[in-house]
Design a protein around this ligand. Sequence first.
Ligand code: SF4
Ligand code: FES
Length: 366
Amino acid sequence: MTDTPVLPPMSLLAELTHRCPLQCPYCSNPLALDGREGELATEDWLRVLDQAAELGVLQVHFSGGEPMARRDLPQLVRHAASLGLYSNLITSGVLLTEATLAQLAGAGLDHVQLSFQDVDTVPAETMGGMPGAQAKKLAAARLIVAEGMPLTTNFVIHRGNVGRIGRMLDLAVDLGARRAEIAHTQYYGWGLVNRAALMPSRAQLEEATRAVDEARTRLAGKLAIDYVTPDYYADQPKPCMGGWGRRFVNVSPTGHVLPCHAAETIKSVPIPDIRTDSLGAIWADAPLFRLFRGTDWMPEPCRGCDQREQDWGGCRCQALALLGDAAATDPVCTRSPDHARISKILADLPETPPPLVYRRYGNAPG
Ligand code: SF4
Ligand code: FES
């Protein structure tokens, strides 16, 4: 094990529920969605927040699924605020009303990240699988801004909507967002199942990058833009989660404590549980958190690479999903002996996208 001291996580991702009125085929939630009956109780989440603050966490992101499907969300936000935690709500907005927003604002919510499937209604609602969603999202954005709450709009990009990035960013400005995320689909969970239908071509990616660059100039001073590319086209992997067990801790709807949203796919060690252990003990000592922390676990070529403390060897869950070995170098890396796997996936992308597999209970393939 590395001698580097274990610093506390900066952020807690509280995945309150997997329930969601939308069915986006790019969702990174696991294929085996947790049902309502197994969800943590309010008292459990209050304890998680206490333990997070004690551990030194600064921010809590309430996420899901759709976190507004939990009636106790205002209570959890209020508790987070009382502990001095900065709170961010990651929502689709379709359940947000003037009354629920007022409750959340009164409870001390600091920020809202609102997701859009597209700028145009028909493709947006086709992707989300929920008729009427776009109007609800637009109304939600206006309510959030009218409340004086800082708003970030999030657009997930795929081959079907990649040509509309400029207009998505104009919409963000019109709505009064201060920040927008243009985030290409990340290929985990349902997104991985739908990869062949969602992955843009290299030419589309280049066009997307040009559109973001152009908008950054055009909208300078009005809108901050975060841009997340699909890492399959990169030469070097992303530093997933800022490094395993370094900055982020996830708690799943049923109380699994994870270094990232996809870590339940790693079966070689037990999955820690907040119902039986404390967040602090899990963060410091659980085998799952120690498994890939630091650099001692790395194989070559990462072990001898000067980038090993920049990208931390990339993404463990991607290595597992694509190579069957979570301890392998992320195949996205051009130095990986398995990089040809990525080139082949990209070369084999079909001209005509296959039908989408929508994210809903009981719809997972296999
Ligand atoms: Fe990152 Fe490993 Fe590739 Fe080096 S060899 S760039 S550490 S993934
Ligand atoms: Fe698990 Fe990247 S998603 S390490």
